[in-house]
Design a protein around this ligand. Sequence first.
Ligand code: ZN
Length: 247
Amino acid sequence: MRALIISDVHSNLEAFDAVLADADACGGYHVVWFLGDLVGYAADPGPCIARLRSLQHVAIAGNHDHAVTGKLNPDLFNGAARAAALWTAYQLTYDELAYLAGLPEVQTVGDFTHVHGSLRDPVMEYLISEPAALATFALLATSFCLVGHSHYPLVWTEREGGADVALLDVTEPLLLDANRRLIVNPGSVGQPRDGDWRASYLLYDSDAGDAGILEHRRVKYDIATAQRKIRAAGLPESLADRLARGH
Ligand code: ZN
């Protein structure tokens, strides 16, 4: 079984479509595992929802999905994110809002637990510190945890009394071992923040290795079109600018 693992699309249809095309060219996939924040920031919320729903998929909610459906107060966001959340809410149909509102916060798929933020705070906590990683490992009931939210492609491993983190490497597939628990973030499709503007994602192949492998990929997309749409929609200029910087 092959899964396409993606997170933080953030209404960036150009990046989303580039990832889907790249994954198809790399052998395809049977199912999409989506880790939250389908909308917010960029200008194509409806088309991104339609694209995901057109594919075999399982999905969870992120903080931006919650902000658009009223489950989270957008005043908790910075100015640009709040403006995008309010704009997005007006673009969506009742059916699209109902789809987002129906997404769970945590989901288990085989030996993988999916959550946008962390297991102790599913949509808000950034899993970028050792205490946060240890807290999620303590709550983890499967071998592997897949997260999003920070927009950093990284992997946490456990060691005696602590946890270590490393950025994912596109040249080295991650061999999974059910006895070595991991927390893995595929990075962001629509708004990478690790200094690399290319869309970031993972392909999972359950038939390779012992417990499968994860392959990290980066893919270029039509950033100029995504930026033009953000500006044409009247969304904050900073949301277009940051796509090119990759943070
Ligand atoms: Zn996000």
